[in-house]
Design a binder for this molecule. Structure first.
Ligand SMILES: Cc1cc2nc3c(=O)[nH]c(=O)nc-3n(C[C@H](O)[C@H](O)[C@H](O)COP(=O)(O)O)c2cc1C
Length: 171
């Protein structure tokens, strides 16, 4: 498992190659096997392959431009009527997506939408909700463009393990 975690990098450029349905399903399974507070599972996922929609989403924030070039964009949104720990739930879920993507030979990158940086389109979350017809009581956590990496990113290195950040018994 540590090897998959090491290999997990944010991937922002993708081959023009379709993702097999089985692989995408495994990634979505990984998403829905993640932990949620009180097991309330507040998430919903939108799978986008339509070119025009991907193009629109890539304008949501100044840091989303590469979404247009991914074969698939996953959107994680959550129902505000289901519990309170949405951000934690959806972040853990996004990590499961990252890791299963690596396991399937794919790559992804978290694009912040909730409280994300405004672009020309205005508030990123309002914009994405409008583009995707997301109901009023839902919020949008992130976009996850996903595809085969154009080139394999360098894995995390042992030097990133900072022993000084670990405290025993007290800070
Ligand atoms: C909460 C969060 C928000 C992020 N938002 C963006 C984003 O909007 N656009 C982007 O290109 N990368 C985004 N990233 C990816 C980070 O830049 C990336 O994880 C970080 O540079 C470490 O690189 P690594 O994922 O390859 O280890 C985000 C990551 C997290 C955890």
């Amino acid at each position: 498992m540590l090897e998959i975690i090491r290999q997990r990098r944010s991937v922002r450029s993708y081959l023009k190659k379709e993702i097999e349905e089985e692989k995408l399903n495994e990634v979505l399974k990984a998403a829905m096997f993640s932990p949620t507070a009180r097991n309330l599972r507040p998430w919903e996922f939108i799978v986008i392959t339509d070119e025009e929609t991907k193009k629109k989403l890539s304008s949501a924030t100044p840091y989303a431009s590469f979404a247009r070039d991914a074969p698939v964009v996953l959107v994680i949104c959550y129902d505000m009527n289901r519990g309170r720990r949405f951000k934690e739930d959806c972040s853990l879920c996004a990590e499961n997506i990252y890791l299963e993507a690596v396991n399937q030979g794919l790559g992804t990158c978290f694009i912040q939408i909730a409280e994300g940086t405004e672009a020309d389109v205005g508030n990123p979350e309002d914009y994405v909700k409008k583009v995707l017809s997301i109901p009023e009581n839902f919020r949008v956590q992130c976009l996850l463009p996903i595809g085969y990496p154009e080139k394999l990113p360098a894995p995390h290195r042992d030097e990133e393990f900072e022993e000084g950040k670990i405290h025993y018994e007290k800070f």
